[in-house]
Design a protein around this ligand. Structure first.
Ligand SMILES: Cc1cc2nc3c(=O)[nH]c(=O)nc-3n(C[C@H](O)[C@H](O)[C@H](O)COP(=O)(O)OP(=O)(O)OC[C@H]3O[C@@H](n4cnc5c(N)ncnc54)[C@H](O)[C@@H]3O)c2cc1C
Length: 586
């Protein structure tokens, strides 16, 4: 394959929320001569979680202190553990980042007195249809060299240090080799390891960005980074079929969740009232939904009929900024949400680090450097620190970039090992090569397993044995052991038959290769945490209680390339902000 060689000081892997702001900050602190390169598998103005637009920034300090925010974040994950050091560092800077983005053209909604229009303590409303182009412009303005449509397949390590990355051009088919003095991994979280809500052509109608397929986690794992939090899966309640966020209905229309009997179960069931009713932690709200369904009081709804009917047009506008398919669905089915409640459902599990869950690479210190020297993480790629969302991920990217620039002051350009580069090239194109060889030799009637077939097999196994939606997220040792065996069979024995007919399919092949590595992380972490800490997210029928004596800590793992096993370990929870962890702040 034709090769493209790139030398850069700072390589940013993934031009999303965190990656673009990292480029901007790196230029600010690193000066005009700093080489900044972004590799992005899609097109930077329309890629990742912000691609469809969004209508709120969920991290903003409208009132209270950074410490109060930490209290909220740990409460929202049922008392933690959470990385309080990381959350504090983001909370101290997030308002400044939002002000910066407003100056750069982000329309933030205002009250008549000029203050930001907020939904509660930690959120501001925006007109976010252009959120991604505005975010991407920050990287462009920083003068980062942006390579769109380059799919990164692996990070490179030499003498224990991350020294660059390799990938292929999804349109030009070239092999990209990047040599870097420091690398920042910002390739988002992981969708699509479990069966989606919808089948066929609608299989991408899910909540999380369907094209974020676990590259951050898989590549960090393969590089030998310590990983954290994969047993804390994110399961959101969303509108049925269209899988749009429900917060817009809850706040915009004052719509509570109700069951099929019209009862507000969060307010009426003492068990959920004890957790704060409608403002109970996210997993508890999911659990309440599941209980209503299991006890034959479903389906459940957002009761939009109680709100002001005059607000429907405004609500539709907000969805057009973020999830237009819901508005189209209402129009196509003649639905007026002020006259009938909107049915809801659960979706996922998704594996994320910056939303209401905490998977990602472990960083020993606040500097965002992983356990592999020279590799930094931000956004969904960074584990242990939930509730950073968009504005927190922007801020996180900035903080990581500052530390990365500081790190590279003392670091020389590495010499890449040509044998390793050749090996990586073979690995990157292997599914394509296999297909070509099989077709040319005509020795096999069916040339191998197609990515879509492998994906469906993986999703079926995860769904049925590792606590998917059709099992209402129940897990136990026996089922997880079967999941482990079957997923490892795919990874160890079947991947060698994965084929790709063209560059598009090669992309899909890598999506499934990465997802299978994430499956391994999820299964092993779920097996290790023998308790139910986040009911709703993962209900262990064999260990239904919380077990603080053994598991009030982070669960971490490191992959061994020789054995293909994960070594599991614990990291202590360091509580920096005093107070009752099970209580909301202020
Ligand atoms: C549907 C949805 C709704 C949300 N709603 C809200 C909300 O209302 N408010 C809020 O504050 N937060 C919301 N969030 C959360 C927030 O958007 C994320 O937490 C945040 O954007 C994560 O940023 P990131 O930089 O980690 O990932 P992303 O912004 O997703 O960036 C990842 C980038 O990496 C690229 N990439 C992936 N793999 C590769 C590869 N192999 N090679 C090269 N490039 C690669 C992707 O194309 C993408 O550009 C929402 C998220 C989603 C998905």
């Amino acid at each position: 394959m034709e090769r493209v060689y790139i030398d850069t000081d700072l390589l940013i892997m993934g031009g999303g929320t965190a990656g673009c702001l990292a480029a901007w900050e790196a230029r600010r602190v690193g000066g005009p001569n700093l080489g900044i390169t972004i590799l992005e598998k899609a097109y930077i103005r329309h890629s990742g979680s912000l691609a469809a637009g969004q209508n709120a920034l969920n991290m903003y300090l409208n009132q209270g202190t950074p410490e109060d925010f930490v209290c909220y974040a740990r409460y929202d994950l049922c008392g933690g553990p959470v990385r309080e050091d990381i959350l504090l560092s983001v909370a101290r800077e997030v308002n400044e980042t939002v002000a910066l983005m407003e100056r750069e053209g982000l329309p933030i909604k205002k009250r008549p007195d000029g203050r930001y229009l907020n939904r509660g303590k930690w959120n501001v409303e925006i007109n976010g249809a252009m959120l991604k182009p505005i975010t991407a412009r920050m990287a462009e303005k920083a003068g980062a060299e942006i390579y769109n449509r380059v799919y990164v397949t692996n990070l490179l390590k030499q003498q224990g240090r991350c020294v660059g990355a390799v990938g292929f051009g999804v349109r030009d088919g070239r092999f990209y080799v990047v040599r870097a003095r420091a690398v920042l991994l910002t390739a988002g979280g992981c969708a699509g390891i479990y069966r989606p809500n919808n089948a066929g052509d609608a299989h991408h109608r899910i909540w999380y960005a369907p094209f974020n397929t676990g590259a951050s986690y898989a590549m960090a794992k393969r590089l030998g980074c310590k990983m954290v939090g994969f047993e804390c899966r994110f399961i959101p309640i969303r509108t049925k079929d269209t899988v749009a966020p429900t917060g817009t209905l809850a706040i915009g229309m004052g719509a509570p969740m109700i069951n099929a009997l019209g009862k507000q179960f969060m307010k009426e069931n003492p068990k959920w009232v004890e957790w704060g009713g409608h403002s109970a932690p996210t997993p508890i709200r999911v659990q309440a939904f599941l209980v209503e369904t299991a006890e034959h009081r479903g389906p459940c709804y957002m009761d939009t009929t109680r709100g002001d009917p005059g607000r429907v047009a405004e609500i539709k506008e907000q969805y057009v900024d973020m999830s237009p398919s819901l508005v189209l669905y209402w129009a196509a089915n003649d639905i007026d949400p002020s006259k009938e409640p909107v049915e809801i459902d659960v979706s996922g599990p998704y594996i994320v680090g910056a939303h209401a869950a905490m998977a990602g690479a472990w960083v020993p210190k606040e500097d965002r450097m992983t356990t592999v020297a020279g590799l930094f993480v931000a956004g969904d790629a960074l584990g242990g620190a939930p509730s950073r969302f968009i504005s927190g991920s922007w801020t996180d990217g900035r903080i990581a970039a500052r530390y990365a620039v500081e790190y590279l002051r003392g670091v020389e350009f590495p010499e890449l090992d040509p044998d390793e580069v050749r090996r990586q090239e073979e690995i990157a194109f292997a599914p394509l090569t296999r297909h070509r060889q099989a077709t040319e030799s005509k020795s096999v009637p069916q040339p191998g397993i197609r990515p879509r077939e492998m994906e469906e097999r993986m999703q079926k196994i995860m769904d049925e044995y590792a606590g998917g939606r059709t099992r209402w997220y129940w897990i136990d040792e026996t089922h997880l052991q079967i999941a482990r065996k079957k997923i490892n069979h795919l990874r160890r024995n079947q991947l060698q038959y994965l084929v790709a007919e063209d560059l598009h399919e090669l992309q899909l092949a890598w999506d499934v290769i990465n997802r299978l590595d994430v499956c391994q992380l999820v299964i092993e972490h779920l097996l290790y945490r023998r308790e139910t800490r986040w009911p709703g997210y993962a209900n262990r029928s064999d260990c239904p209680e919380r077990n603080d004596a053994e598991f009030d800590c982070f669960v971490c793992s490191v992959w061994d390339p020789e054995t293909d096993e994960l070594t599991m370990m614990k990291e202590p929870y360091v509580q920096l902000v005093p107070g009752d962890r099970m209580k909301q702040s202020i």
